[in-house]
Design a protein around this ligand. Structure first.
Ligand code: F6P
Length: 544
């Protein structure tokens, strides 16, 4: 047994789980007409409705006891104090510093990472980004044939891709970009080729985004883009007009041929999947302007303050984190679906997959001991309403119930379809909660004239068990600020869960083995000119 599973708070939650086993969500709503209001909280332009989670006031009380026992309050303070909360890499995790600005743009707190002040460097980098964007937008920064830059291509993967890709997709739905932004992450040549086919070399700027500047996929794509530019008429000198880097590894960017004035740096205390708010967001600022980027930061900052200040039962990240722990560890749910009812947010499940699974997909605790409880669920999802016509069957009637986060931004202009979208979202949450029992199915079929054995045999297929948990996150409007708040909410939720599970949420050692093996296997493939399945099997059988 671990300290966590031996703790009194954990034991009480286990006991409580048995006590509420027979409780049905639909009965809880019947017993308490005010349940939806009681179990919803608003902050930073978001309303979190968790009334359809299988929790009672007692569950919440016990979960907050657990949070107190796991010193969540102290953990939050440690994050904002820039303490070494990433011990296996001996680093702070201080992404909150990247957005630590008041509404007027002034520095809000004098934050330090492991005792070193950071805000001057953060401010200076933002100012450099701003000046760079202005010169590109004003046509002062031009391509090799003096053409104005019309397209930026972000080459990066994981945290150096998913965040800016998601934000640009959202902003694109609302306004025309100042320059078009494209994203290349996969090392499959098709990914880069597709983008290059739609841009002109003279007016394209590549942003090579890589914290380490050693990530194999990104470097391969960056070298391929460089070769394309040279082949298309650029010369070595033109590289500096067409390539900028976002990285913490200045030496490697220089080796690539990117001069120091084209480097936008960040710091080791910014984890890759938490780096959207740093110069990793350069593609956002170039495409939609610095004001939009700063509005995104401001929304995230509002959530940071909320996370720091709100009591646990009104604190969105804490509540979300605790409910997730309840679902994973006590209701034994192994996945978490994320369903945005917004086409603009269709990249959100992929973004959250990395955030949650790379952060909390761990099986040893902070001290390195094997743990005896589940950690990160498998995060997956898709956009509503499409998802309804694809995998919702399993959510409603499958043998394994899984919790769902519905994300619903409200859009003002509407020709009826927006209301249809909203109606569908609410209906799905309600259907999962309420279900439909055999008596209700029977009554419905009888009213349609079905009788006898035909009726009886139809019933089981039409029964919905219900009692399936979901939360709704309503956003009054999808703006850069509410998007920033939403993403910061999930970041902090992940940290809360990491604290409860006593795991290191800010490292990712589990990605290393595959990288090592890939380079060994690639060396063998280099001597296999015609790859056939049999060759691949032979390589796999060799001791790599
Ligand atoms: O391999 C995983 C990972 O290290 C992620 O954590 C990171 O976001 C991604 O690769 C990209 O890393 P980099 O920015 O160093 O290229």
């Amino acid at each position: 047994m671990s300290a966590l599973t031996e703790s009194p708070a954990w034991g009480e939650l286990q006991q409580h789980r048995h006590e509420i086993d027979g409780l049905k969500l639909r009965d809880l709503f019947k017993q308490d007409a005010g349940r939806a209001n009681k179990l919803s909280v608003s902050a930073c332009g978001l309303t979190f409705d968790y009334s359809r989670q299988r929790v009672t006031q007692r569950t919440l009380e016990l979960l907050t006891n657990l949070a107190c026992g796991r010193k969540v309050e102290q953990g939050i303070a440690a994050m904002f104090a820039g303490k070494t909360i990433n011990p296996t890499e001996d680093r702070a995790a201080l992404h909150v510093a990247l957005r630590n600005f008041s509404d007027q743009g002034a520095i809000d707190w004098p934050l330090q990472a492991q005792g070193e002040p950071v805000m001057a460097a953060v401010t200076e980098t933002l100012e450099r980004m701003s000046r760079f964007c202005q010169s590109v937008h004003a046509g002062k920064w031009r391509g090799y044939s003096e053409r104005q830059i019309t397209d930026v291509v972000n080459i990066g993967i994981g945290g150096s891709d998913l965040g800016p890709r998601l934000v640009c997709q959202v902003l694109q739905a609302q306004s025309q970009p100042l320059v078009r932004a494209h994203f290349v992450s996969n090392v499959d040549p098709l990914a880069l080729d597709r983008v290059l086919a739609g841009v002109r070399p003279e007016s394209t700027l590549f942003i090579v985004t890589s914290k380490t500047f050693t990530t194999a996929e990104t470097m391969a794509n960056a070298w391929a883009a460089r070769a394309w530019l040279l082949q298309a008429g650029g010369d070595e000198a033109s590289i500096q007009q067409h390539f900028v880097a976002v990285s913490t590894n200045a030496a490697a960017t220089q080796d690539f041929g990117i001069p120091s004035q084209n480097l936008f740096g960040f710091w080791d205390w910014v984890g890759g999947r938490y780096s959207l708010w740093s110069s990793v967001g350069l593609s956002i600022a170039l495409a939609f302007g610095m004001d939009q980027f700063r509005a995104l930061l401001a929304g995230a900052h509002a959530m940071d303050r909320h996370f720091q200040e709100a009591p646990f039962l009104e604190n969105l990240p804490v509540l979300m984190g605790l409910i997730g722990v309840w679902n994973v560890n006590f209701l034994n749910m192994t996945t978490q679906a994320v369903i945005p009812y917004s086409e603009a947010l269709n990249q959100l499940p992929a973004y959250l997959q990395q955030l949650e699974m790379e952060s909390n997909g761990k099986s040893v605790d902070r001290e390195g001991a094997a743990i005896d409880y589940a950690t990160s669920p498998v995060v997956w999802g898709g956009v509503g309403t499409n998802a309804q016509h694809a995998f919702f069957q399993q959510l409603h009637q499958g043998t394994q119930a899984q919790p769902v986060d519905f994300i619903l931004p409200l859009v003002k202009a509407d020709d009826g379809r927006q209301r249809q979208l909203v109606a569908n979202c609410l209906a799905q949450a309600e259907a999962l909660m309420r279900g439909k029992n055999a008596d209700e199915v029977r009554a419905e079929l009888l009213s349609r004239g079905m009788t006898g054995t035909q009726l009886e045999s139809a019933i089981p297929h039409r029964v919905f068990p219900g009692n399936r948990p979901s939360s709704c996150l309503f956003m009054e409007e999808l703006t850069p600020a509410t998007l920033g708040a939403l993403l910061a909410l999930y970041e902090h939720k992940v940290y809360v869960q990491g604290m409860i599970w006593n795991i290191c949420s800010f490292d990712q050692w589990g990605v290393e083995l595959g990288k090592q093996l890939a380079s060994q296997v690639q060396a063998q493939l280099d001597s296999t000119p015609h790859m056939k399945p049999a060759d691949l099997l032979a390589i796999l059988r060799k001791d790599t």
